[in-house]
Write a new protein. Structure first.
Length: 174
């Protein structure tokens, strides 16, 4: 397998009939949605794909994708480096009514009007799903001091402030 720039779209049925394997990359400039979601994309997205027909005669695309990104810690605000590493298995469907027939081990991917799948969009979706919900350093590395964090009871100065919802309580009594 030769490492090449991958196509933006592909015909999974023809690829599965030929049992094609791809090993290639997408440049960081092609990953627009991922770039908008992180501080920086450090590397090209390395992708390996295998197309085949399984014993149930279903077309399958199995793959692995990896990219290095920079995220901002939500505790201390400092940037940190993380590798997004994804494994996925898809089976193309042309008709969404046939989703129930698809085994649970395969994710459905819809074919466009030309019988192709949006390969770069699919890979980018996998990266977006791999992003942490709340990016943060591990607690032993993070610069946020634990003593500055408030857990449990509120400090006295915060607990003595008037409740902004007290007005609503008076409306409830009427």
């Amino acid at each position: 397998m030769q490492k090449v720039k991958l196509p933006l779209t592909t015909d999974p049925i023809k690829n599965a009939q030929r049992r094609l394997d791809y090993e290639g990359y997408y440049s960081s400039t092609q990953l627009k949605r991922l770039t908008e979601s992180v501080v920086n994309v450090f590397s090209e997205a390395q992708v390996t794909l295998s197309f085949f027909i399984d014993p149930q005669k279903l077309v399958v695309m199995k793959g692995h994708a990896k990219v290095d990104v920079e995220l901002e810690c939500q505790r201390c605000g400092e940037s940190f480096y993380q590798t997004l590493d994804c494994e996925f298995t898809y089976s193309p469907v042309s008709n969404l009514d046939r989703l129930e027939e698809l085994p649970e081990i395969y994710e459905p991917v819809e074919l466009n009007e030309f019988g192709e799948i949006d390969l770069i969009g699919l890979i980018e979706d996998e990266f977006l799903l791999a992003l942490p919900i709340v990016p943060k350093h591990s607690s032993n590395i993070c610069k946020q001091i634990e003593s500055e964090q408030i857990f449990g009871e509120l400090p006295e100065e915060l607990s003595k402030k008037p409740n902004p919802f007290a007005v609503l309580a008076s409306l409830k009594k009427d």
